[in-house]
Design a protein around this ligand. Structure first.
Ligand code: DC
Length: 208
């Protein structure tokens, strides 16, 4: 389960800032980046079209992972539901582990990367933020894209997903014992990225 390359595992709840940090860190170090939430969103989108969840997970292809089309509130909720199915999670493990092991280094962000997918990752971050702060961010993002919603609806969505993602029996959202926590509630994004970069640089330089 250890990886060949250098793996950075970044987990955390919805809109905690983990995606932004992951992208920035990957660009900084020249690592490949996989947003694993897109896998579950792609499965959720297919289920909304009537496809069986396990069949959808087993048959995913790169063209299914169109980030923009998958970032709707409906697909987010469905993703969180299919993500509680052990057979769906099992079907997605190999792809994620192969991605993590690529030679040039990889950043994977999600819910169970440090605990289940890459327990041997060289760096594990757990990114959190207050639920209202996260809902404000997600509301701004959705409004910016012209998706009509309200702050209260977004907060309810965030809280429902938190409860489902943390409460499921298989691979629940929780920090790995050796994860470093970053609370972005009152942090500028540049500072959160700088903190992550510093942690990774220290790990790359020193004995692990
Ligand atoms: O990161 P995101 O909001 O795009 O993820 C959508 C849903 O997918 C999330 O509510 C739970 C699920 N998910 C998961 O269970 N495990 C992951 N590694 C990534 C996402």
């Amino acid at each position: 389960m250890t990886t060949n390359g250098f793996t950075v595992a970044i987990d955390g709840p919805a809109a905690s800032g983990k995606g932004t940090i992951s992208k920035a860190v990957a660009a900084h170090f020249g690592f490949a980046h996989l947003d694993t939430g897109l896998l579950y969103r792609a499965v959720g989108a297919k289920v909304l079209l009537g496809v069986d969840a396990v069949a959808a997970a087993s048959g995913l292809v790169p063209d299914d992972l169109d980030g923009d089309a998958l970032r709707t509130p409906e697909i987010a909720q469905e993703a969180s539901k299919v993500a509680a199915l052990p057979d769906v999670r099992a079907a997605l493990v190999d792809f994620q582990r192969s991605f993590a092991a690529r030679a040039g280094g990889a950043v994977l962000d999600g819910r169970d990367i440090g605990t289940v997918i890459c327990p041997g990752a060289q760096v594990k971050l757990f990114v959190i933020a207050d639920a209202k702060v996260r809902a404000r961010r997600r509301f701004a993002e959705l409004s910016g894209k012209g998706i009509e919603t309200t702050f209260d609806a977004v907060l309810a969505d965030v809280q429902a997903r938190d409860a489902r993602d943390m409460g499921r029996a298989d691979a629940p959202l929780r920090p790995a014992e050796d994860a470093v926590q970053i609370d972005t509630s009152d942090m500028k994004i540049a500072d959160a990225v700088a903190a992550a970069v510093a942690l990774i640089e220290a790990k790359r330089a020193g004995p692990s």
